[in-house]
Design a binder for this molecule. Structure first.
Ligand code: CP3
Length: 702
């Protein structure tokens, strides 16, 4: 008998039903299980999808070649190979390799190392087994070859879901992180095999579960939750031998309180199946006895592994919420959507346009008769909660004005209700929020928000609007920034001097930090779900940030806005807007955003000079100019376009929202003027295009 035969004889599942979740190696997994005497039930839990345009990968290429990075961490073999394939569509391979030679190149494990060697890229650091992010950090913390994390710019090639714990740990060390997702995991198109696997486990027909990566765990539980089987599955898993390929996967299992019975010596599929086969029957007997004892004693058997990890001070990444669900992400075979070539998105990408794109804040609103008529029948909040009406209002405004983008009709404060507060719009008085959040105890009382669930109507409205809107027009989503939202929560509505907001900030910095961190987290999630639902860009409003002195902005606001923006799914342009920000523009830019929205109190050309060519600019006609006559409006519009001087990356807008009694005809005329004047300027070759087109600091945004 050969060696394999001997091992197979020792390692035997003895006819147990064995569930596994492998996708790419599903066949191989099934035959391994069979070979070791098990009855395989392989339910692929993941589908790999290329990102629609691979914009983050291309942006990485730009930053790499421009010498704007200090290190690159390659996480996976497949991802590394695909990343290079994407880059090669734009740059010759020699250039890519040459640029990499100048950096600290980290290979997480043997697979990316192999690809890098094939490309003849010198590897500075090869991370030892078990190749998790902790080993990467340990290696980097030792300052290899003079490389210091603090203050460095590091690109992380990502595989599937972002590893938030790793990214956070890097940021804590003062690293400017550029996320480079090359592909994402989605749920498989056919969920039946997963549903069947859940049933097999829940009904006790399968007694072994093999997990070969962390995302499988997330997807299994997601499907179980969607079918109302989660609790039952978790309970059933207490009587199942659970084997995990390695530490990252085990952490995710532990996070859900699932006890892990085995991790193989080498974090690979072969050893996982073989070692589990060897011990399955013994482990199962033990586990069943344990469960019986626990039940007799009336206590819940808790995952030993999770207890162990917690005791070891090993915080478990809370990345459950960050796993991207299967969404409307294009596949290679899908045609490129028409909006990709719109003036608006081209400007966000610093590409040339035939005329300057224009849209207007509050373009759907009371200055428009159709809107007033509708509002006479439907209260404002009710309107926001009705997807068909939202779509109608959004689409009507965009089409009637002839603007280059639609903004979803909604409100910055919709998120207030799921936080557990009461929101009301009194006639003409603006929003009223009760009770106000004034101290630490009020912050503790705020509910954890799962926007996808609690604001279902909003995401339905986005889907409906995207379906109804001309495919050539991008749809813009929006959110408040942590400060502006906090100011509404604290003041209970609008405010003149932000007395209570500043008082909390100065008096109880701990409570302030807690509130801002929570809002940053929730808002990033709120935004990402909008992207998932179908918006092409996002504007974040820090409308009232101008009430702060620059030092207060830097200390009390910027870190949280930055955190929120860093967590926004890369590849979607973000417009970062505020008013009264003449003293804050650079600080806002440094917090993030592809485009900076400027108000009318700064000269556009001056703002651009200060912000540099690495950022696009939106703005900045005073909305009150629209009360003047057409000639006056034309003069002021021309001035702004002259200041933009035909640069790539200008989006025309107002310095703030349209006022309710703005003359409608003037608004329509403004949009026409912007197109007319700018197309003449541009065709006359009035160009001052920057010589590079990558966002200087926020390269992980777009
Ligand atoms: O720009 C658009 O067309 C999209 C829709 C939109 C609305 N509000 C509709 C709205 C957007 C992007 C907002 C954002 C918003 N909401 C902000 C930040 C924007 C900014 O101006 O800086 C803020 C601070 C809010 C909160 C809010 N909503 C206030 C203070 C008010 C009352 C002020 C007012 O104009 O009455 C609202 C109500 C509101 N939001 C209206 C609209 C069309 C008017 C409601 C009505 O029809 O009576």
């Amino acid at each position: 008998m050969n060696t394999t035969g001997t091992m197979a004889a020792q390692a035997n599942f003895g006819g147990l039903g064995v569930v596994a979740f492998e996708s790419r190696h599903a066949q191989e997994m099934a035959s391994l299980i069979t070979r070791f005497g098990g009855v395989p039930r392989v339910a692929p839990a993941l589908r790999e999808i290329p990102l629609e345009e691979n914009a983050p990968a291309l942006e990485f290429g730009g930053a790499l070649l421009a010498g704007k990075l200090d290190a690159v961490i390659f996480m996976t073999g497949v991802g590394t190979r695909r990343l290079v394939d994407v880059l090669e569509t734009r740059h010759p391979r020699e250039q890519i390799v040459k640029a990499l030679e100048r950096l600290t190149v980290v290979a997480r494990g043997p697979k990316p190392a192999k690809v890098l060697r094939e490309l003849q890229v010198p590897i500075t650091i090869t991370v030892p087994e078990p190749n998790t992010w902790r080993e990467i950090l340990t290696e980097l913390d030792e300052n290899p070859r003079g490389f210091t994390l603090a203050g460095s710019r590091v690109a992380v090639q990502e595989y599937g879901a972002a590893n938030d714990a790793f990214l956070d740990a890097l940021r804590e060390r003062g690293v400017q992180v550029m996320r480079v997702p090359v592909y994402q995991w989605a749920l498989p198109q056919d969920l039946q095999p997963l549903r069947d696997a859940i049933k097999e486990l829940s009904e006790g027909r399968a007694r072994v579960a093999l997990f070969t990566n962390a995302a499988q765990v997330e997807h299994l539980l997601q499907v179980a939750e969607d079918t109302g089987e989660k609790e039952r599955l978790l309970k059933a898993l207490r009587k199942v031998v659970v084997a995990s390929v390695g530490p990252t996967c085990s952490e995710t299992l532990a996070h859900y309180g699932i006890a892990i019975d085995l991790e193989p010596v080498h974090p690979k599929m072969g050893p996982l199946v073989q070692e589990t086969a060897q011990q399955a029957n013994e482990l199962l007997t033990k586990k069943l006895e344990q469960e019986q004892r626990a039940q007799a004693a009336g206590i819940e058997a808790i995952g030993k592994a999770s207890e162990h990890l917690m005791a070891a001070g090993n915080p478990i990444a809370d990345n459950e919420s960050r796993i991207p669900k299967a969404g409307p992400i294009g596949t290679d075979s899908e045609a490129r959507p028409a909006w990709e070539d719109s003036r608006f998105l081209r400007a966000c990408r610093f590409e040339a346009v035939d005329a300057t794109p224009v849209w207007l804040m509050r373009q759907a609103g009371r200055y428009m008769k159709e809107y007033r008529d509708l509002r006479a029948r439907v209260p404002f909040l009710e309107l926001c909660k009705n997807p068909a009406l939202v779509s109608e209002v959004t689409v009507t405004a965009a089409e009637k004005l002839g603007v280059d983008a639609a903004i979803i009709f909604a409100d910055l404060l919709l998120i207030v209700e799921p936080l557990g507060l009461h929101l009301e719009y009194d006639k003409g008085e603006g929003p009223v929020i009760t009770p106000g959040v004034r101290e630490a105890a009020d912050i503790d009382r705020l509910r954890d928000v799962e926007p996808e669930q609690s604001l279902g109507y909003f995401y339905d409205a986005i889907r409906q609007t995207r379906a109804d809107l001309d495919a050539r027009l991008p749809l813009i989503g929006f959110a408040g920034c942590p400060f502006t939202l906090a100011s509404y929560l604290i003041e209970g509505g609008g405010s003149r001097n932000y007395r209570h907001t500043k008082a909390l900030m100065y008096r109880d910095p701990g409570a302030w930090r807690e509130l801002m961190e929570r809002l940053a987290r929730v808002l990033a999630r709120y935004i990402n779900a909008q992207i998932e639902a179908g918006v092409q860009a996002v504007q974040v409003f820090d409308t009232w940030v101008g009430c702060l002195a620059p030092e207060d902005y830097l200390e009390y606001v910027q870190p949280y806005t930055r955190r929120m923006l860093e967590d926004v799914r890369p590849g979607t342009p973000v417009i970062h807007f505020g008013t009264g920000t003449a003293m804050l523009l650079e600080a806002m830019r440094d917090a993030g955003g592809t485009v900076i929205g400027v108000d009318s109190q700064v000269e556009l050309s001056h703002a651009w000079q200060r912000l540099g060519d690495g950022v696009a600019i939106q703005g900045n006609l005073d909305p009150v100019v629209l009360y003047g006559d057409l000639e006056f409006i034309r003069t002021r519009t021309q001035r702004i376009l002259d200041q933009a001087a035909g640069r790539t990356g200008h989006i025309f807008n107002l310095g703030h929202g349209l006022l309710p009694d703005t003359p409608y005809d003037n608004v329509v005329a403004l949009v026409k003027m912007v197109h007319e004047i700018s197309s003449q300027q541009l065709s006359a070759g009035h160009h001052a295009a920057p010589d590079w087109k990558f966002s200087r600091r926020k390269s992980d945004q777009y």
